[in-house]
Design a protein around this ligand. Structure first.
Ligand SMILES: Cc1ncc(COP(=O)(O)O)c(C=O)c1O
Length: 403
């Protein structure tokens, strides 16, 4: 849809939001009307270098031609059938994902929060099925983000934050331990704990990578105490950190991994993948969802993942990530540049992240601010050196004007 084709003005759309919409996001002052490659296009035709990528979603670029083609072809064949039927895209996607990341079973969902929700359900059921009624506790990390459903909010270790305020009481059996502190996790886990759940890089928490020792230590701890290791790779998955899944880069395999965002090329899809150990936990009736694994979303996801794999976008992510991080370290007022691949956080020594975000947008570059002093840059994985140079120039100019 385009404004001029509809005979509408920008303010007509903004008024629709003001009148009818529960506004929980502070939006950029433009209408996202189109997109191609690394660019988002507004209603005036202005192009923004999109280093937000739909919050780490458009990893193979906006409207990637292969993804568009797959969506169109599937829409003309079958849009929805229900999970009582076998469908071709769902079967093919299940095989592609499991075989590419060394997992045995998959369950599709519609979003990242739902993928985590089902991962937590599976862990609880596995605990109770195998060890009795008290074995259902899950330990997650402080400062984590796992989603906004009631269970995933409970798992999100940000007590007192706006995202959790007045949604309590949460589901019981979840406690938090300090991220990257193995001893804290050892102490937080008791005989009723069935799982530990962490992000390999905390994204919303400020782009904080786990140390290798921490993840290796968690693997050992879970093995020793018969607990499950759950990785939330909703944001880190599918090439973002320089390997297909972040756990492959770390060399630490979880029992179960959740994914969403980049896997759908912009279509709403998520999934949980497990090792063989958990294969028998779900049987008929144990879980379900009307739309999950919808044929159009699966066809899009198949095309998107093939694009990532066939074009070695993980490698480009690692290469460009190193190049871009090196540039960003030269910005004024930088305290730290961190992350892996093209999941990059820049921490300034001042609380300027929100101003950097909006002033950069005015200058044609999009990003998110994840903490008062931290901006997050997650460009498409096929971003070029020239695009990184251009992004750096904009941020450099904006920061110099601000401080
Ligand atoms: C690590 C992580 N888990 C879960 C979620 C929730 O995903 P969704 O917004 O698709 O529900 C997010 C979203 O930012 C995330 O970054």
């Amino acid at each position: 849809m385009k404004l001029n084709e509809l005979g509408l003005e920008k303010d007509d759309i903004k008024n629709m939001y003001d009148t009818y919409f529960y506004e929980t996001f502070k939006r950029f002052d433009f209408i996202a009307e189109g997109g191609h490659d690394a660019y988002l296009v507004d209603e005036t035709g202005k192009e923004y270098l999109d280093f937000m990528a739909g919050i780490a979603v458009n990893s193979a670029g906006h409207c990637n031609p292969k993804v568009v083609e797959a969506i169109k072809a599937q829409c003309e064949t079958l849009i929805h059938a229900s999970n009582y039927c076998y469908t071709i895209p769902q079967g093919m996607l299940a095989k592609l994902i499991c075989e590419s990341i060394g997992m045995e079973k998959i369950y599709f969902q519609n979003s990242g929060a739902e993928a985590n929700e089902v991962m937590m359900k599976l862990a609880r059921k596995y605990g109770k099925d195998n060890y009795g009624p008290n074995r259902y506790k899950i330990v997650t990390a402080s400062n984590s983000f796992h989603g906004r459903t009631l269970a995933t909010l409970a798992a999100t270790g940000q007590p007192g934050s706006a995202i959790q305020h007045n949604y309590d009481p949460f589901i019981p059996g979840i406690t938090y331990a300090e991220y990257n502190n193995l001893k804290a996790f050892e102490e937080a886990c008791d005989e009723d704990t069935i799982a530990v759940m962490v992000e390999p890089i905390q994204g919303e928490g400020g782009v904080i990578p786990a140390t290798k020792e921490f993840l290796q230590g968690l693997r050992k701890l879970c093995d020793e105490r018969d607990m499950l290791l759950l990785f939330d790779e909703v944001q880190t998955g599918w090439g973002r950190t320089g390997s297909l899944m972040a756990y492959m880069g770390y060399g630490v395999k979880p029992d179960c991994v959740s994914m969403a965002k980049a896997m759908g090329g912009g279509m709403p899809i998520g999934a949980m993948c497990t090792s063989a150990k958990l294969a028998l936990t779900f049987g008929p009736g144990a879980h379900g969802s009307t739309y999950a694994g919808n044929p159009v979303c699966c066809a899009a996801s198949y095309a998107q993942i093939k694009e990532i794999i066939d074009n070695n976008l993980s490698d480009n992510s690692a290469k460009m990530g190193e190049y871009f991080s090196g540039l960003l370290a030269k910005l004024p007022h930088v305290k730290e540049v961190r992350g892996h691949g093209l999941m990059i956080g820049v921490e300034f020594d001042k609380d300027i992240a929100t101003d950097v975000k909006y002033n950069s947008a005015d200058n044609g570059l999009l990003m998110t601010a994840v903490r008062p002093s931290v901006i997050r840059l997650v460009p498409p994985l096929n971003v070029t050196k020239e695009e990184c140079d251009k992004a750096f120039e904009i941020i450099d100019k904006v920061v110099k004007e601000l401080v």
